[in-house]
Design a protein around this ligand. Structure first.
Ligand code: ROI
Length: 161
């Protein structure tokens, strides 16, 4: 079993409901237990002219291989109506493998740790709700250093109800 953190995002078709469905689907993956879900956060898109995003992070314990998990996440995205029209376009659901145990993965389809973790408050703050305080990424960076360098700006924590 390895501890895996998944970044979730949506800015179409009732984003909070998309994330709730995604959590449900993650909980049903084979060889996998859902270990936790952060609060949901809203923020403006990093790209102008798109609807606001809702983001959250889920923690999984899984014995799936990284590419098996990636395939499963893409199947969930597709099930929830994801259409790949343009890179960075608005989407019903985005599921990103942020961290996979202490592995460094550099394959064409999958780079872990996710390469934009450090720039993204909407990933770091929900991750920090779930991860141990002293978490280090596989590349040696500490989560607390990344948080200190990434202000909590423009994030709005929303009630999960
Ligand atoms: N902006 C926010 N706030 N949240 C996202 O998940 C997100 N995802 C993206 C881009 C368009 C870069 N902006 C985002 O892909």
């Amino acid at each position: 079993m390895e501890r895996i953190y998944i970044g979730m995002g949506s800015n179409l078709a009732d984003p909070a409901e998309q994330l709730r469905s995604a959590v449900e689907a993650l909980g049903q993956l084979p060889q996998t237990t859902l270990a936790g879900v952060s609060a949901f956060y809203q923020s403006d898109s990093l790209l102008p002219g798109q609807p606001r995003y809702t983001n959250a992070v889920a923690a999984l314990d899984s014995s799936l291989a990284p590419i098996e998990l990636l395939d499963a996440l893409q199947a969930i995205e597709n099930d929830q109506g994801r259409e790949r029209l343009e890179r960075w376009g608005p989407r019903t659901l985005d599921l990103d493998i942020l961290l996979f145990g202490d592995r460094l993965i550099d394959e064409p389809r999958l780079k872990v740790p996710h390469y934009q973790i450090q720039e993204r408050a909407f990933v770091l703050y929900p991750l920090a709700e779930l991860a141990p305080q002293d978490l280090r990424l596989a590349d040696g960076r500490s989560l607390s250093d990344l948080l200190a360098a990434c202000p909590f700006v423009g994030l709005e924590r929303i009630p999960t109800d």
